[in-house]
Design a protein around this ligand. Structure first.
Ligand SMILES: NC(=O)c1ccc[n+]([C@@H]2O[C@H](COP(=O)([O-])OP(=O)(O)OC[C@H]3O[C@@H](n4cnc5c(N)ncnc54)[C@H](O)[C@@H]3O)[C@@H](O)[C@H]2O)c1
Length: 272
């Protein structure tokens, strides 16, 4: 048996770019009919046209995940087009910086509305369809910041922690009705979001080098490495996994005190 989504329908928010786009393509390659939900119509349409050229079945539905009606409309449209929905992926996200004092109320709300409200809207819109289909799988894209914090990122850290909690809540409440919910926690992944974040620094290349060093595997991750974990969790291969948080982080969460401490702290001078 191999991972196979033949005959299944998937929706992916944030599906126009980065991790979401790579996931949408992988789900299509594995046989799913996939609805790409995103606010970026240019990239979204480009992706589904590219997928169609490769013989895959994908559709684009413009939507702002922060807006409940917009998500409901997009999910309903996708199911009308493709049929019963079984796979739901929430990858839409944005990054803004600031600590608890410097973040503006507007910035705080923007982050929470895209990540947390967006996920809530998606799951609420999709659940009736999953229940009608007799079950399904939800995969939420969290972050290593679902369980740790990075400086100057109060809203993002809060939002990502909330997503881990929401995943567990949905997993528990709908397990008896054959719906699984899991959360992937990526480390730094080479996507437009990471490149944009790095570009805010005077030396973006140095930021990317530091990011690479923060992972014991010594490099930044690739979107397809997260997409594969999402596809696994969404698939029947993960049939006994629900409420889980899966790190896809090159080992980033493993070293006590981070990689810099391993290089300079206790034990670093001893021969391995
Ligand atoms: N790249 C990383 O290093 C990294 C690490 C950990 C977690 N993540 C998370 O992974 C997810 C995907 O990130 P990415 O790196 O692929 O980002 P990205 O910026 O490359 O792609 C994000 C996508 O979400 C869409 N989007 C943003 N706001 C939206 C909204 N309101 N409504 C609909 N679509 C919206 C964007 O248009 C874009 O297509 C995010 O939740 C992010 O927080 C990323």
């Amino acid at each position: 048996m191999s991972i196979d989504f033949a005959g299944k329908v998937a929706v992916v928010t944030g599906g126009a770019m980065g991790i979401g786009a790579t996931t949408a393509e992988l789900l299509c390659q594995l046989g799913a009919r996939t609805a790409v939900l995103d606010r970026d119509g240019v990239q979204g349409l480009k992706l589904v046209n590219d997928l169609a050229d490769k013989g895959m079945q994908a559709s684009f539905h413009a939507c702002d995940v922060a807006d409940a009606d917009s998500v409901q409309q997009a999910v309903d449209e996708a199911t009308r087009l493709h049929g019963a929905l079984q796979v739901v992926v929430h990858s839409a996200g944005i990054q803004r910086y600031g600590n608890a004092l410097s973040v503006t109320l507007e910035g705080w709300r923007e982050i929470l509305s895209v990540h947390v409200d967006g996920c809530f809207h998606l799951v609420r819109s999709a659940l009736p369809h999953l229940l009608a289909a007799g079950g399904g799988s939800i995969v939420i894209v969290g972050s290593v910041q679902s369980v740790t914090a990075v400086v100057n990122s109060a809203a993002y850290v809060t939002a990502k922690h909330a997503l881990a909690g929401f995943t567990r809540s949905v997993a528990l409440d709908f397990a008896a009705r054959h719906i699984r919910a899991n959360c992937v926690m990526p480390g730094a992944i080479d996507t437009p979001m990471l490149r944009e974040a790095a570009s805010l620094a005077p030396d973006p290349a140095a930021v990317l080098r530091d990011c690479a060093r923060a992972h014991p595997l010594g490099r930044i991750g690739r979107p397809e490495e997260v997409a594969r974990a999402i596809a696994f969790l969404a698939s029947d291969w993960a049939s006994f996994i629900t409420g889980a948080t899966l790190s896809v982080d090159g080992g980033m969460l493993v070293p006590t005190g981070g990689m810099a401490f391993q290089e300079g702290g206790t034990g670093s001078a001893a021969k391995q």
